[in-house]
Write a protein that binds this ligand. Structure first.
Ligand SMILES: [Zn+2]
Length: 630
């Protein structure tokens, strides 16, 4: 949008919308957000009917497969008060398709020239598969995902079916999004946007609230399209973020320019809420990104850590990887055809890797912290027991069944490992490219060619696995097919082999490895030794099948209350690990439900931890990778 002047919310005029529908778009949509602080949106949509749509059963879809969630997770359960009328206000009967809750049937009379669909949308109650594409409200801040407040007729192609949208916001609120304001619109809504395809509208979240600031992220000297950072918060002071953070995000844009070299979008609007009123959240889009992190994370650069630090670069990279270049099976032309997600190890794995490169190169993260996180990632990958039955490819294909995680025996089931393990695969590929070409080439050569955009476009550019392999071979001749097959398709995978290419080795020590800022592997995480990890109160969190803990009958949610005749304590457990080498066993008293058991773990290995050791006989390729590009 071009204008951010506060506009008072006024009553909505249906007449002006109807006129627009007839002249300029296939549908008009008014989103009334004045009740968003009360967790409600009101949607009023008009669809003019052609002769074939009159006197018939007209199928309408509520978006089901919304891009970004990789799941049939459109939050249809949150709509209420769904009603359809004709141009004269007569109620029209509707029904739901048996077995398909997203498909509504409206019974249109011959006399109907248009239908008006109105419903309330109840915000703030997402599922694990709708979290990123849902709508959220609070007292002074909110997020509207347009997919939650619209329907479309069956047969409409998402890139062609045009919608004109108007938005009414609460008094004193402002809204930001990547739609252009229609300056000519005759309306009393707060914002009136130029018509766009339903694909683009669904790809355009709207962030809104009482306190708002905008920052330019274009550094001098780079030939990038306009990049704007829109910051919202429920606190006025928090919408005013630290200059170092703006500087780091600007460097991120510059480093992305070096990484990709071309742009599929004409401008980028990064929406960023720093708030405790809404949960952490993020989703990728082509011309914008949606990011929500807690209060105070943008007060200074050091406050931005972990997931909060990773979020903005990750979603930004998706504009190229996932939105513009998209796996063939995910480039559908509507929101109800199922998507094939088997290439998520590229869509998410490569994005994860490239986003992390931007983090370090832009100064959001540093090499020492990154190396520490890498150790934890290698360790997690090695301890993922589910790889013995489920290849990484299956975590992609079954993606949406895994998003909610697994509290019990999660290692056995696997999660959405294509993110972090996918990133390890791409990091290894980058290291191979560098080593095979004596440092002359890198993943950037792949990115420049694979993501080449001659000009901005809203059309996804689909790719196949063969395209990925061909582009890798264009960079350097290598058996990429076998490389991918071994890591993605084969049971077991090869999650640790990248360490060698990076100039490191995996070793085991008796001392918990330490990282920056006094970080260290918690001795209660005894997965490398006993095959289990514990909470600080002694509750079992994880058990590795076949491990000493498993053989002793321990299971998630049991609690250790006694150790060798003493009450549980963190220190006593750590001490016992030290002496286990001599005794050959560990005596525990455990509680499961209301039963108390004596449990013996047969173990004589002592403390044992995986660590990442620099191999001084080889170049430090990891350090080379993380260098900013001039
Ligand atoms: Zn992602």
């Amino acid at each position: 949008m071009r204008s951010f002047t506060p506009i008072l919310a006024l009553a909505f005029s249906l007449c002006s919308l109807t006129a627009c529908a007839q002249n300029r778009a296939d549908s008009t949509l008014h989103i009334n957000a004045t009740d968003l602080p009360r967790l409600l949106l009101t949607s009023t949509q008009t669809i003019p009917l052609d002769s074939s749509q009159r006197g018939t059963d007209l199928p309408l879809w509520y978006p089901k497969w919304v891009p970004g969630s990789h799941a049939p997770g459109g939050p249809v359960h949150n709509i209420a008060g769904f009603a359809v009328t004709d141009q004269d206000g007569n109620n029209l009967r509707w029904s739901r398709t048996p077995g398909e809750v997203y498909r509504f049937i409206v019974h249109t009379p011959q006399s109907a020239t248009e239908i008006n669909i109105e419903f309330r949308y109840i915000t703030n109650q997402s599922t694990s598969n709708s979290h990123g594409l849902d709508s959220w409200g609070a007292d002074a801040i909110g997020l509207i995902s347009p997919n939650t407040v619209l329907v479309y007729p069956e047969g409409a192609r998402d890139g062609e079916w045009m919608i004109e949208t108007q938005l009414t916001v609460p008094e004193d609120w402002q809204a930001a999004c990547a739609l252009d304001i229609d300056e000519e619109a005759d309306t009393v809504a707060s914002y009136s946007y130029q018509p766009v395809s339903v694909r683009r509208l669904v790809d355009t979240p709207i962030m809104l609230g009482r306190y708002y600031n905008m920052y330019s992220l274009n550094e001098e000297g780079i030939d990038a399209p306009p990049h704007r950072l829109h910051v919202f918060s429920e606190m006025k002071s928090q919408a005013d973020i630290h200059p170092d953070v703006v500087d780091a995000y600007s460097k991120m844009v510059t480093q992305a320019d070096r990484m990709f070299g071309s742009y599929p979008f004409p401008s980028m609007d990064i929406l960023l809420a720093t708030t405790n009123a809404l949960p952490r959240n993020g989703l990728e889009h082509l011309r914008t990104t949606m990011n929500i992190i807690p209060l105070n994370t943008l007060d200074e650069l050091d406050n931005l850590t972990g997931w909060d630090q990773m979020l903005v670069p990750h979603e930004y990279v998706h504009a190229w990887c996932g939105k513009y270049r998209r796996p063939e099976g995910m480039a559908t032309s509507d929101f109800h055809t199922p998507k094939g997600t088997e290439l998520l190890w590229v869509y998410e794995g490569l994005t994860q890797y490239l986003g992390e490169l931007l983090e370090v190169r832009a100064g959001l993260d540093d090499l020492e912290t990154y190396r520490w996180d890498l150790l934890r990632r290698y360790r997690g990958a090695r301890l993922t027991q589910g790889r013995e039955w489920r290849p990484l490819a299956d975590t992609c294909s079954a993606s949406h069944t895994l998003r909610a995680g697994s509290n019990n025996w999660g290692s056995m089931r696997r999660g959405q490992d294509y993110y972090f393990e996918g990133a390890l695969i791409w990091m290894e590929a980058d290291a191979i490219i560098r080593n095979e070409t004596d440092g002359a080439k890198s993943i950037e050569d792949f990115c420049h060619a694979f993501f080449l955009a001659e000009q901005p476009t809203d059309e996804p550019n689909p790719y196949t696995r063969e395209d990925v392999i061909a582009h890798l071979n264009d960079v350097v001749d290598y058996d990429w097919e076998a490389f991918i097959e071994e890591r993605v398709d084969n049971v077991g995978g090869k999650p640790l082999t990248g360490t060698v290419e990076l100039g490191y080795s995996i070793q085991y020590t008796n001392e918990p490895p330490t990282g920056p800022n006094n970080a260290r592997i918690d001795p209660l995480d005894a997965r490398d030794s006993l095959g289990m990890s514990l909470s600080s109160d002694g509750t079992v969190r994880t058990v590795i099948l076949g491990s000493p803990a498993d053989k002793a009958g321990l299971a998630p949610r049991m609690r250790i209350m006694g150790i060798e005749g003493h009450t549980w304590s963190r220190q006593r457990f750590a001490d016992l690990m030290e002496t286990s080498a001599a005794s050959g066993s560990i005596e525990l008293m455990t509680v499961s439900g209301d039963r108390i058991n004596n449990t013996t773990i047969a173990y004589e290995g002592g403390p044992r931890y995986m660590t990442l050791v620099r191999d001084e006989s080889k170049p430090d390729v990891l350090a080379e990778i993380m260098e900013p590009i001039d």
